[in-house]
Every structure is written in C-alpha cells, then in structure tokens.
Design a binder for this molecule. Sequence first.
Ligand code: NAP
Length: 309
Amino acid sequence: MSSVDFDLVIVGGGPAGLTAGMYAARSRLNTLLIEKIVPGGQIMVTDWIENYPGFPDGLSGSDLVEKMVAQAEKFDLKIESHEVLSLDLSQDVKKVKLAGRDISAHSVIITSGASPRKLGVPGEAQFSGKGVSFCATCDAPFFRDKVVVAVGGGDTAVQESLYLTKFAKKVYLIHRRDQLRATKILQERAIANDKIEILWDSVLTSIDGMFHVEKVTVKNVKTDEVKDLAADGCFIWVGINPNTEFLGDSLKCDESGFILVNQSMETSVPGVFAAGDVRSTPLRQIATAVGDSAIAAFSAEHYIEGLVK
Ligand code: NAP
C-alpha cells in the first residue's frame, strides 16, 4: 500500500468534509482534505445558525467553521487548497486530478456540497453583482434603507430575507405558491416582520435597469396579472445544485444530480463515499451533514482496513 499517496482523500471542506476529516485523522488514517479556496462551504455565507446543537445562543457560520477547522487540525488533519478537476475511480486505487498534479488514494469521500440554483430570467446574469445577489451575508449592507426583492420560499429565502430586514427598508418576498416551504418558526417570523411583504403565487419574470437593478417584473400565476416593482436589489434563493461537475458520470446520482449512497454513505463505486449536501437526502442541515460524515469516515476506515487483510 506504500506507493499510494493517501489512505483517504476528502473533496470539499464544508461542515461535512471537516467532520469526515476530523474522524479520519482521529482514526490515524493518512488523510488529505482538499478545498477549492478556503474551508467553510455554504455556511460561510450564513449569517446566524441557531439550530446546531450545543450552541443555545447561536453562532455565525464563520465562527462555526473556525471551530471545526481548529478541531480537525488539532488531530493533525492535512488541509490543502486545490481545485479538483476530475476523479478516476475505475481502479482500486483512486486518482484525484488537480492542476499539474495527480494524487492517489485508497478511498475518497466526496463532500463538495452544493451551490445556489439560478432562476434563468432575463437580467439575472446581466445584473449579477450589480444588484442581483445570491448571498445576503455578502451583500445586504449595500442595501441599507433600500427596497429589495427576494425570490423563493425555502429556509434560505426566508432566513436570509429576515437578515435583509436589518438593512433594507422593505423586502418583497416573491414565492410561486400560497404556502412557504421554510420551517415553521422562520415562516412565523417572516409573517410577523413589518418590513417583509410576501407576494404569494408569484414569479419573477425579469430584472431590469440601466447600470444596476432598478425594477423587477412579477407575474401572479393565478390571475396572470403582471406588475413592475421598483427595487434596488434582487436576491435569488430558489434551491441548490450539487457541486459534482468534476465527477462526470462516474457515480450514480438521483434525477437532480445528487449522489446516491447506501446506509454506509457508500456510493455506487466501492471505497467512494459521499456526505452532506452533495448526497441525495431528504434533509439538508449542518447536523445531518456532520452525521453523514461521521458514518462516511467510519465506513472508509473499514473499507481501507479490509484492503490490507
Ligand atoms: P429549497 O428548500 O429547495 O427551496 C427552494 C425554494 O425555491 C422553494 O420554496 C421552491 O418553491 C422555490 N423555487 C424553486 N425553483 C423555483 C423557480 N424556478 N421559481 C421560483 N421559485 C422556485 O432550497 P433552499 O431554501 O436553498 O434550502 C436548501 C437546503 O438547505 C434545504 O434542505 C434547507 O432546509 C436547507 N437549509 C436549512 C437552513 C436552516 O436550517 N436554517 C437554512 C438554509 C437552508 P416550492 O416551495 O414551490 O417548491
């Protein structure tokens, strides 16, 4: 086994990857965690986390990441920044292709997470960074005392709209149905918030302006009524897509492209595991991501032990 670079390579450094890394490092597997830029993933752009057990007063996403990195590094997890270009999973020894370098490993855990889905309406790409945003933590302060629209009805749209009200004077929340998908406590807060006006049964059809966002067009899907809303910003939170471009068609995925795994978090390729938001799952929380990852690391350890028997 000595010619193989690592026992385990973990692709992605959000809560899932950091947890898998901590478990693997504690098991004394020779492990490398690869993260594209800096560890953290989507929770780096989460303003406040109040449903992660052990923190009754809540904490910011960046604080939680800092603690997770410190805890993983305490057990000597090696973390490097690279972009994974592709994986070759066709042999027992897996190959991880980076720019200018290939890494080999007995086992791989994929924790590459997910990214915000685009709406695909006219103006979305044109005004991206000029009033169109997918991240309230990054951009909300630019909209102090301004009017913004937010699109979506899930946890992200509702939680981030609540955050936007700390800055904006008005937030129109545009949702395509007459019921929000978000968890009930977030719904209650949004409905009770005077700055949020929910436009039910409505879809955003275009985003317009001269140099930056000045107005959006909204259509009521029940009445077909179309109206323009003056707005300085447009935040889009209509779900997530898995970060799996580097996988090609090497693993079995569900119809939305999320990786299918069994109870051991093992994918369709033996020795390759997936955990967190990138896997097909009915619930995506930090708590479920870290739970998945503990199982994935445990399973990878057993898989690697089996190779030397
Ligand atoms: P999500 O739960 O998939 O919700 C996406 C929302 O966008 C839904 O309300 C959906 O409408 C709407 N939508 C989808 N496509 C649309 C389109 N083309 N036009 C208009 N609206 C569209 O996604 P998410 O809110 O990003 O959350 C992703 C995962 O992270 C979820 O599992 C969520 O629970 C989790 N999360 C949890 C927390 C937390 O625990 N505090 C915070 C953030 C995210 P429909 O409802 O009609 O389908």
